[in-house]
Design a protein around this ligand. Structure first.
Ligand code: HEM
Length: 335
């Protein structure tokens, strides 16, 4: 409490948010806090945890999809649930669901809807969609065997979304390492965060279209990616042809697709990473290469850093205090 009020005071006095936090615009920045709903919605964690576990039991890919959702939310105007807004035909904003990284790819929106409905029933107009996405990302990590962490809470929901932000700010799988590092830096995330958070690719799937150019070269010019293990490449080509099959799915981690572990880094060391953006952590940068080796050798170290970096990513530009709103339906702004 003392720490929290000192932090608020420092914001008020200096006009700048505390280090590591960003101002969310509109009103005074209030630091996020894991106990935000302790009194207003004590059942929140139990309700969210039960629904995530149930949906994941029905679909073993769901945890991965939900973990990714938090990332795609936070990288576009901060962790404000902008990613959840449907097109509403009003012309007030452009939905992020149609962006290159999200279209035919980002999934799990129905699970968020289900959680929101349950929370509106238990504690009406209290828990933000942005906080739901953050807690769900943590629960998804734990469910698949990964680390847990206390999720700082008190985010509010945006009144807008940005298609161009989603297209430009979220790294693409064929971006160069300097471009990816810059896109993380723009969010206040460093190289350690980049390498640790990329470890999320220890679970989930990618479509053929996201890595095809590694198999057949840019523009199908036959320049096959030489940092890709030839045996693995042959396997991938069988279901990811030079044209067609764009939506065919492949495990991001060929060894333990449904388990959150440090196998992702071991795959990279064996030239068995699926995406170019994964493999170049080893081949294009010295600092990233060293981190890949360290996380491959020490799962505990990876888990600790992943948890820290997730909290850091969850602190990107939240709307707090009375900025934004608490949406009634995560797909729509209230008015
Ligand atoms: C470093 C830059 C990153 C790039 C270029 C990238 C790119 C991608 C791509 C291309 C896919 C496959 C999408 C598809 O084909 O449908 C994917 C899937 C995934 N990404 Fe990333 N990603 C990055 C970082 C992250 C981060 C930071 C997280 C979370 C902390 C994350 C979590 C996931 C998960 C869990 C999946 C599987 C989703 C599913 O199965 O539904 N990624 N990513």
């Amino acid at each position: 409490m003392v720490v929290a009020s000192v932090a608020v005071l420092s914001v008020l006095c200096s006009g700048h948010p505390v280090p590591g936090h960003h101002h969310g615009g509109g009103g005074v920045f209030v630091p996020l806090n894991p106990h935000f709903y302790d009194h207003s919605c004590p059942q929140m964690h139990a309700i969210i945890g039960a629904i995530v576990a149930r949906e994941h039991a029905k679909d073993p890919r769901m945890a991965a999809s939900l973990l990714r959702m938090h990332f795609h939310d936070c990288f576009v105007q901060g962790c404000d649930a902008s990613v959840l807004l449907d097109a509403d035909g009003s012309g007030r904003f452009t939905t992020e669901k149609r962006s290159n990284p999200n279209r035919d790819s980002l999934r799990g929106f129905e699970v968020i809807d289900e959680i929101k409905a349950a929370l509106e029933h238990a504690c009406p107009h209290t828990v933000s969609c942005a906080d739901i996405v953050a807690v769900v990302a943590r629960d998804s990590t734990v469910l698949t065997g990964g680390p847990g962490w206390e999720v700082p809470l008190g985010r509010r929901d945006s009144l807008t979304a940005s298609l161009s932000g989603s297209n430009n700010l979220i790294p693409a799988p064929n971006d160069s390492l300097p471009t990816i590092i810059n896109k993380f830096r723009n969010q206040g995330l460093d190289i350690v965060d980049l390498v640790a958070l990329s470890g999320a690719h220890t679970i989930g799937d990618s479509r053929c279209v996201s890595f095809r150019q590694r198999l057949y070269g840019q523009n199908n010019n036959g320049q096959v990616d030489r940092t890709l293990n030839p045996g693995y490449a042959a396997q991938l080509r069988a279901r990811c042809p030079a044209s067609g099959g764009d939506q065919n799915l492949f495990a991001l981690d060929l060894v333990s697709q449904f388990r959150f572990d440090n196998q992702y880094y071991r795959n990279i060391l064996a030239s068995n990473a699926l995406l170019s953006s994964d493999q170049i952590l080893l081949t294009q940068g010295r600092e990233t290469m060293e981190l890949v080796h360290r996380f491959a050798a020490d799962q505990g170290l990876f888990f600790d850093q992943f948890a820290k970096s997730m909290v850091k990513m969850g602190n990107v530009l939240p709307l707090t205090g009375n900025a934004g709103e608490i949406r009634n339906n995560c797909r729509r702004i209230n008015h």
